[in-house]
Design a protein around this ligand. Structure first.
Ligand code: BGC
Length: 832
């Protein structure tokens, strides 16, 4: 008897065939397919083998789970022996259907271990001493650290043909690798950002096909990146070190079995070349007259290159990158070119993106083409850059001369829709510039659309904001001198982010950054990695340390993330409790940002803080239960109830008014379940009254914005939520869209018809936080939601809430178990 059940999309730790993993007991997941309704898995068997041939014989020499009677198809923990460094495990799954009939074995998948033990690393940190890379005339005045990029190389002689070769590499800084004239891998800005004093990610590349018997040239180009370049505000650079360095190791297995290891060491040589400087905030300057043709080929004469300096590795752990790398994920061609002043061309991509442009140009040697980047234009059509603050966001290309030249930078990124081009020889045609969209390559997981073009544009703006700001870490904005991992922004947006893209691996990585940034006393920070804003965290910011793991558990059914951070989360709660014995969060509010960027509505900061304190405790109780810590679950539930009681006693009146009487105050009190049942409808009434009083407009800042529509919906005021969604008057999402926004603005009044641009001191046009309404589109409008009791879409709640005059809505969301679709229409009186 055949079954229609199939097994597909095998993943290991959220990734498809991860090359380089240092998780000893990784979790395996698969999706089931079937044509028949009600089909399900009743049992599974996983085989893990050390080579594909063994697996093909249906044997698992590393692990054979045996037939396990279970419907589990996500997060099945590998229970075989830990792999050795560099070892690859092959695996496949078979499932039994509801009638006990086995499906075919899945296609094989694999994962491969990284370099697991510190002693596996033989390489040293190599680079050029600063005196060998002095700044030259290309470096703009008044800026430190803009020095030429080191080019490093060495020749590796292989006595025979390579059978299998792996390159393990990282940098303090950012790197690009070359092997025999080819680029290695497709990641950009590797190794990504972590607190380099606490952990450094490394990448692994399969370079078997790039090597050949005889001489091979291995090359690396380094940039300062987050390590040595400018990050954050205040003109500050060299946060972790003064110059970039490379750490690398090549492992080659030759035909015949011999192995060869080549590491970064004093035998390498270095020089500077065409990259006269590069910096994430300031831009890149490339002088093609100084190209080093053939530098990454074996025959190159490097006699005048200098020896590198080599430093031994220190104790900072090297960890295998465990999320999708940063890549160029899409191209966005320039659509139009204008000339607002003589000699100045402005190219418009039509979309605010994060990344850079590829330039095509032809002209005389030494011609200097300058590119400046901005999100918006001045009324006279010139580029508006005041809101970039100290970020110069300027790339320069100096022509080699003689024929078409195509160039793009390597070690910078900008947030922009417009490119100002000066010095371009001849007329600039739109196709001379192509936007390169850069970000963490998190897979698309969701789609939402409906009959309102306004809402569809909102959804696009939210996703573009996410793509542009998920770049190694979740940043606040990609354009100005900031680009920090603000915890507040991340917690406000994380649920929406999960709906749009598969961000499980991305946030798993970042939560390690958050843990690294926790203080010894237990305080989570405002930003992770902790940099520039070194303060301990503020209410609604620091709480990301609890809210993000909870959300990943809800969305992906991931309990290991809870276990991993349980100790840190309890330290955080203890830290708050110790300082606030009467359970109102009064002490240790640090920067205390409040309901950041609200509109004429100041929510009292003690109300926000105490509401979050209670919320944290409640989430802790739920998470404790999920990982079997029942006694702690009871403790935290009790704590949550006591904080709620203190909240009510201090801030809530007998007729359901919450101190401050702002929309955010009500949204927090209601959404966090702080009010006694009899006061809830009253409080909801006050919330609606405030919206009405303001001409049916919202007033929430970052803290309240994501809860507003869900709270109204839960309280029976769906119509009000829809009104806010569809509003085009200031302040609203629609207002920015009506005025041309293609990403979510940092503030409701980033630009207004009356006042023009807001103060450039803080006015990003690509900040995702106010886009936190996105989750409500999926969960309420389309109506796909998790069941908190069976998280990760193990149970799916379908509960569409049509309204607002929409005639259809449709969402698709890729859960750990596969795609979920909801689609409704209204035609006349018929709801389908
Ligand atoms: C950032 C925000 C951040 C805030 C703290 C700003 O400069 O851009 O997004 O959360 O500071 O209030």
């Amino acid at each position: 008897m055949a079954t229609d059940l199939g097994v597909t999309r095998l993943r290991c730790e959220y990734l498809v065939n991860p090359l380089g993993l240092d998780v000893a007991r990784p979790r395996l997941s698969w999706e089931l397919t079937a044509r028949r309704r009600g089909q399900r898995q009743t049992a599974y068997r996983v085989l893990v083998a050390s080579d594909p041939a063994t697996l093909a014989e249906d044997r698992g020499d590393l692990w054979d789970s045996g037939r396990v009677a279970s419907d589990q198809s996500a997060h099945v923990v590998y229970d075989g022996p830990a792999l050795a460094s560099g070892q690859r495990a092959w695996w496949k799954v078979r499932a039994w259907d509801r009638d006990g009939v086995p499906a075919d074995w899945s296609e094989p998948a694999w994962w491969e271990a990284g370099l697991l033990r510190p002693e596996d690393w033989a390489g040293q940190w190599i680079g050029l001493p600063l005196q060998d890379t002095p700044p030259d005339e290309a470096a703009p005045d008044g800026l430190d650290g803009l020095v030429p990029s080191p080019y490093l190389r060495r020749v590796v002689r292989l006595p025979g043909a390579p059978r299998r070769a792996r390159l393990y590499a990282t940098a303090r800084g950012v790197y690009e690798l070359r092997l025999n004239g080819e680029r290695v891998g497709d990641a950009v800005l590797a190794p990504g950002w972590t607190d380099y004093d606490r952990r450094i990610q490394y990448q692994i590349y399969d370079v078997t096909d790039l090597l050949r018997p005889g001489d091979n040239a291995l090359g690396a180009i380094l940039g300062p990146g987050w390590y040595a370049g400018h990050v954050g505000f205040g003109h500050r650079c060299r946060h972790y070190g003064a110059r970039p360095q490379l750490l690398l190791q090549l492992h080659v297995e030759l035909d015949g079995g011999a192995t060869l290891v080549v590491a970064s060491d004093g035998a390498w040589r270095g020089a500077t070349g065409p990259i006269r400087y590069s910096d994430l905030l300031m831009g890149e300057h490339y002088d093609a007259r100084r190209d080093l043709p053939g530098w990454d080929e074996p025959g190159f004469d490097a006699a005048d290159w200098r020896p590198v300096d080599a430093q031994p590795r220190d104790a900072v752990p090297l960890v295998a990158e465990r999320a999708e790398p940063v890549r160029v994920t899409e191209e966005s061609p320039a659509r139009a070119v204008t000339a607002p002043a003589p000699g100045v061309a402005i190219a418009d991509l039509g979309q605010n993106i994060t990344g850079w442009v590829r330039l095509r140009v032809r002209g005389e040697a030494g011609t200097r083409v300058q590119l400046r980047f901005g999100e918006v234009l001045n009324p006279d059509g010139t580029l508006y850059t005041a809101n970039l603050r100290a970020a110069r966001a300027t790339d320069t290309y100096v022509l080699r001369g003689g024929g078409d030249e195509i160039w793009e930078p390597r070690f910078t990124f900008h947030g922009f829709r417009y490119v100002e081009v000066t010095g371009y020889p001849g007329a600039l045609a739109p196709d001379a510039l192509t936007g390169r969209v850069v970000g963490s390559d998190t897979p698309l997981a969701g789609a939402f659309s409906c009959s309102s073009e306004l809402v569809n544009q909102l959804q696009r703006n939210i996703d573009w904001g996410q793509r542009g700001n998920f770049l190694s870490i979740p940043t606040d904005c990609p354009q100005r001198d900031e680009r920090l991992g603000w915890l507040g922004d991340a917690q406000v947006f994380v649920r929406t982010a999960c709906c749009n893209r598969d961000v499980a691996a991305f946030f798993t990585k970042w939560l390690d950054d958050v843990a690294d940034a926790q203080s010894a006393a237990g305080a989570y920070p405002d930003v992770a990695p902790r940099l520039v804003d070194a303060a301990d965290g503020a209410p609604a910011w620091a709480d990301a340390g609890v809210i993000v793991p909870w959300t990943l558990w809800q969305h992906y059914g991931d309990t290991r993330i809870i276990e991993r951070h349980w100790g840190a989360m309890t330290r955080w709660l203890d830290y708050l409790r110790r300082a606030n014995p009467d359970l109102l969060w009064e002490a240790r509010r640090n920067h205390d940002f409040g309901d950041w960027l609200s509109v004429e509505a100041d929510t009292p900061k003690d109300v926000i803080a105490t509401a979050y304190f209670a919320h944290d405790a409640r989430l802790m109780a739920q998470m404790a239960r999920a990982i079997g810590r029942d006694a702690e679950a009871a403790d935290y539930a009790d704590l949550a109830a006591r904080i709620a009681a203190a909240f009510n006693a201090a801030y809530v009146t007998a007729d359901g008014r919450v101190k401050g009487e702002t929309q955010t105050a009500y949204a927090l009190a209601l959404h966090f379940g702080l009010l006694p049942p009899n006061l809830r409808p009253l409080a909801a009434g006050h919330l609606v009254a405030d919206i009405e009083r303001r001409g049916r407009r919202l007033s929430t800042g970052f803290v309240g914005v994501g809860y507003l529509c869900p709270t109204l919906t839960a309280a029976g005021h769906l119509d009000v939520a829809y009104r806010l969604l569809l509003n085009e008057e200031f302040p609203s999402w629609g207002y920015s869209i009506r005025h041309g926004a293609t990403t979510i603005w940092e503030r409701w009044d980033g630009w207004t018809a009356e006042r023009g641009f807001q103060d450039p001191g803080m006015n990003s046009f690509n900040h995702y936080a106010l886009g936190a309404v996105g989750a409500w589109l999926y969960r309420a409008v389309a109506g796909i939601d998790t069941d908190p009791e069976r998280p990760g879409y193990r149970h799916i709640v379908f509960h569409p809430r049509p309204g607002g005059g929409l005639t259809y809505a449709r969402a698709e969301l890729r859960s750990p178990y596969g795609p979920i679709t909801s689609h409704w229409t209204i035609a006349g009186d018929t709801f389908t």
